[in-house]
Design a protein around this ligand. Structure first.
Ligand SMILES: [Zn+2]
Length: 256
């Protein structure tokens, strides 16, 4: 990957936002590969296709690109709220590439969030545009990526350094089992992953997980078996290679 944008593509554009759009799109087209199967290059959809920007001809994964100068905050602006909700309901959300770049047009971070991490709870409705706006009443949405666990943020480039492609493929694919899950089951997996992320140690105990019982009880007031549920999710994550069982009640995060 060449981490410098090819600024010749921006000749003839005057506005910075247009330049940024053109340069980031060209960069992905010229440098990105499919994190699912490793195929190079990715192909661009025709402009204004509402669902995704790029796709892989080998495995048909689809990708939407969001880019930003500087660092990403936890909130990423997306399109119309209703469209996003409909996409989630019909299960046609693409994977999201998040690209951040420096003032000198070089890539800082390039992250893929696999589509299975998009749930209703991270899509936040924005206020409708005011009456004097050109598109008065239009309501956009933000994606709150603070709710996406570490397993759902796969770096292809981290702090200006490319990550090994085999690691990226493994990290991208190890959570694909979640795609077949109903939203309840997926919600529990994501909550459990977020609890594990909140534990600062690599090796942790069941009692560390039980410390989240009260918080989870508030989220799932009708579930009287939070501890059982957590143990079940830990087994599930062990079976998928996201954590390891070290000894009874002791677990370790699998670092890729
Ligand atoms: Zn692919």
């Amino acid at each position: 990957m060449n981490l410098h944008f090819d600024t010749s593509h921006a000749e003839g554009y005057s506005s910075n936002s247009q330049k940024a759009r053109v340069l980031t799109e060209f960069w992905v087209k010229d440098n990105a590969y499919c994190p699912g199967c490793g195929t190079i290059p990715l192909y661009q959809f025709e402009n204004n296709r509402p669902v995704a920007d790029f796709y892989c001809r080998q495995c048909n994964e689809e990708f939407e690109l969001k880019s930003k100068k500087g660092n990403f905050t936890n909130t990423v602006m997306d399109g119309a709220f209703e469209t996003m909700i409909q996409r989630l309901e019909s299960n046609i959300v693409p994977n999201f590439f998040l690209l951040t770049y420096s003032a000198h047009w070089t890539v800082n971070n390039f992250i893929i969030i696999p589509k299975q991490f998009f749930t209703f709870s991270i899509i936040i409705r924005r206020n409708p545009l005011p009456p004097h706006a050109r598109r008065a009443g239009w309501t956009g949405c933000n994606i709150d990526i603070s709710g996406v666990p570490d397993a759902g943020r796969v770096h292809l480039v981290k702090n200006g350094t490319e990550v090994n492609r085999t690691t990226v493929k493994e990290a991208f694919n190890r959570t694909s089992f979640m795609r077949k899950q109903k939203s309840d089951a997926k919600g529990w997996i994501i909550d459990t992953m977020n609890c594990i992320d909140a534990i600062e140690k690599t090796t942790f105990k069941l009692s560390d997980m039980y410390a989240f019982e009260e918080a989870l009880r508030r989220k799932y007031p009708n579930n009287n078996f939070i501890k059982d549920k957590l143990r079940q999710q830990l087994q599930n994550l062990r079976d998928k290679g996201i954590i390891e069982f070290i000894s009874p009640g002791v677990y370790r995060k699998v670092q890729l």
